[in-house]
Design a protein around this ligand. Structure first.
Ligand SMILES: Nc1ncnc2c1ncn2[C@@H]1O[C@H](COP(=O)(O)OP(=O)(O)OP(=O)(O)O)[C@@H](O)[C@H]1O
Length: 258
């Protein structure tokens, strides 16, 4: 079993107005096979947490630790974090013109595993994964995310997840922009990854609809840079009905913040 432990994490970003602290004491432990949903108001720092864990250079850790099976990943470069078993499905996947999906995936797989996959096995695995995600095989030769629709980009993120087989996946709003069928297909991909490898999942979402397909064990409310409440799946239903008002500073409402 693997564990990722986030301990009292504080992180900042350099903005035009100066340095701004966004993460303010995040504590969270996720084990293999666990799914944690992170829900919270706009601008509370959920994506910042995702980027900080993945090692985005814009986000500077002020203090705290993140241990993956006891190893401090904050000392690692983003590629070393991926090799250690961390994966980020981005809220806004970037386009990489000129780099075909198939080259990108094979190169990433080789880097993460430390050896190139055998060619015949690789072709089979890639075709099967794309078929499962109902992706046209032509996507393999297209440039990474270039001209992909919003939903196609999210499928491509889950394709990477299925191919790279990390220990932990951060899904940053992987459900946003998906139609009903795509939501089911993408969720099935995540569930397949969990069933095959015992993946631990941190799923940032605004909507309970994805939680019907990817069942969370634990739901956290994230507000003002840290986790303010933790409970079972019933918390998501409460949030859907009542919003985040009770977690916001007095005098503000979620709509005023958005
Ligand atoms: N690179 C940056 N430059 C300036 N401000 C930033 C930067 N990154 C994050 N922020 C600010 O930090 C705060 C947290 O942003 P973040 O994207 O982490 O929130 P979020 O909880 O993911 O929001 P949402 O639910 O709207 O996606 C916001 O006020 C945002 O404007």
């Amino acid at each position: 079993m693997s564990t990722i432990e986030i301990k009292d994490l504080y992180a900042s970003v350099e903005t035009k107005e100066g340095r701004k602290q966004i993460l303010k004491g995040v504590n969270l432990t996720i084990n293999s096979n666990e799914t944690h949903a992170i829900m919270g108001p706009n601008g509370s720092g959920k994506s910042t947490l995702a980027y900080t864990l993945a090692g985005h250079p814009k986000y500077e850790v002020d203090s705290g630790e993140v241990l993956l099976d006891g190893r401090d990943i904050l000392k690692m470069t983003p590629d070393e974090r991926a090799q250690a078993g961390l994966f980020l499905a981005m809220q806004y996947p970037v386009e990489v013109p000129g780099v075909p999906m198939t080259n990108f995936l094979r190169t990433a797989k080789t880097a993460v595993d430390g050896q190139a996959p055998a060619i015949r096995q690789w072709s089979k695995e890639l075709s099967a994964a794309m078929k499962n995600l109902k992706m046209d095989p032509k996507f393999a030769s297209r440039s990474v995310n270039e001209g992909f629709s919003g939903g196609e980009k999210k499928r491509a993120e889950v394709l990477q997840l299925e191919i790279l087989k990390p220990k932990f996946a951060i899904l940053d709003e992987t459900d946003s922009g998906l139609d009903v069928d795509a939501l089911r297909i993408v969720s099935e991909g995540v569930n397949r990854a969990k069933a095959s490898t015992g993946l631990g999942i941190m799923m940032v979402t605004h909507y309970t609809r994805i939680l019907k397909y990817i069942k969370p064990d634990i739901v956290h409310v994230f507000a003002d840079g840290h986790i303010v409440e933790t409970a079972g799946p019933e918390l998501a239903d409460y949030l859907e009905e009542n919003g985040y008002d009770k977690y916001l500073p007095e005098g503000t409402t979620e709509s005023a913040q958005a």
